[in-house]
Design a binder for this molecule. Structure first.
Ligand code: 2AM
Ligand code: CA
Ligand code: CA
Ligand code: CA
Length: 260
């Protein structure tokens, strides 16, 4: 595999995400169609599809040897992470997009032979750009994000939704032992919040590679820990559970969850 120009790819990813923002904001002012996917918790709109198509065109035109694994259709052929793969969620937090017109993100993780090289999570309405480059650290709107500091569980804010509490009632213990629980409904951004210290951990029981890839790359650069709920590494080829956390808080969380 040839080396690719990581800096150039990162700059293009950022530029295209900002261009996609214009597309999204313009389409938000018009009526767009909303369709349910598997169930009423999973929506897709024309805007999700248009943003993915926008990236597919840009990537295939500029980097013909890169592959795209996108939520809205361009994922079928990706069975391995050989070479350079862009893992894209064109709109992460579609329910927020539809119902709140805010609190959604564009998420991109660019992997080379399975290794996360570039991470991008863009909060479109707040115009907050989280970016990372392997070995070079992570930034929020161009300002360096410091390595994750030591924090204890009793001063931590955690994020997971009520549905997951029903899947594992031990999560109730975290409610008592942390400072509080939040639930934002946009996985990539919640991982970015762990990276910059707005949250200490984010837990989910059902995420796809495109929900996790951008935030995962960011967290690698600031010392965050990301595993599935069993503590195993993620493969980025299939759906999985996830704990993304401050490393000290991760340890305390697993101690609580392993209690009898
Ligand atoms: P999405 O908005 O791109 O579908 C919501 O809790 C978070 O989980 C969002 O990041 C959402 O991504 C993601 N998610 C993954 N699978 C989902 C599903 N089946 N239904 C709803 N949200 C899902
Ligand atoms: Ca979805
Ligand atoms: Ca998503
Ligand atoms: Ca999505």
């Amino acid at each position: 595999m040839d080396q690719f120009d990581r800096l150039e790819v990162k700059e293009n990813a950022e530029r295209w995400a900002r261009e996609a923002r214009e597309l999204i904001v313009a389409q938000m002012k018009e009526t767009f169609s909303i369709t349910t996917k598997a169930h009423q918790h999973d929506l897709v709109t024309d805007v999700d599809k248009n943003v993915e198509k926008f990236f597919l065109d840009k990537i295939s035109h500029t980097y013909s040897d890169h592959r795209l694994m996108g939520e809205e259709g361009s994922f079928e052929e990706i069975k391995n992470l050989d070479g350079v793969v862009w893992i894209l969620d064109p709109i992460d937090g579609t329910i927020n997009f539809v119902q709140q017109k805010s609190n959604f993100a564009i998420s991109i993780g660019i992997f080379q032979d399975g290794v996360p090289i570039i991470g991008l999570v863009y909060d479109v309405m707040r115009d907050e750009m989280f970016l990372s480059l392997k070995g070079e650290g992570a930034t929020l709107n161009g300002i360096k994000i410091e390595p994750i500091p030591k924090v204890s569980l009793n001063e931590s804010l955690l994020s997971f939704n009520a549905g997951w509490m029903l899947k594992d009632r031990k999560l109730e213990w975290l409610l008592e032992e942390s400072r509080g629980i939040r639930s934002y409904g946009v996985a990539s951004l919640e991982m970015a919040y762990v990276a910059c210290g707005r949250l200490e951990a984010y837990i989910s029981f059902n995420l796809a590679p495109w929900d996790m890839a951008g935030g995962y790359a960011l967290l690698q650069e600031v010392g965050g820990i990301v595993t599935n709920y069993n503590g195993d590494p993620l493969t980025f080829l299939e759906k999985d559970t996830m704990i993304a956390a401050n490393p000290w808080v991760y340890k305390e969380i697993t101690e609580v969850l392993n209690r009898k």
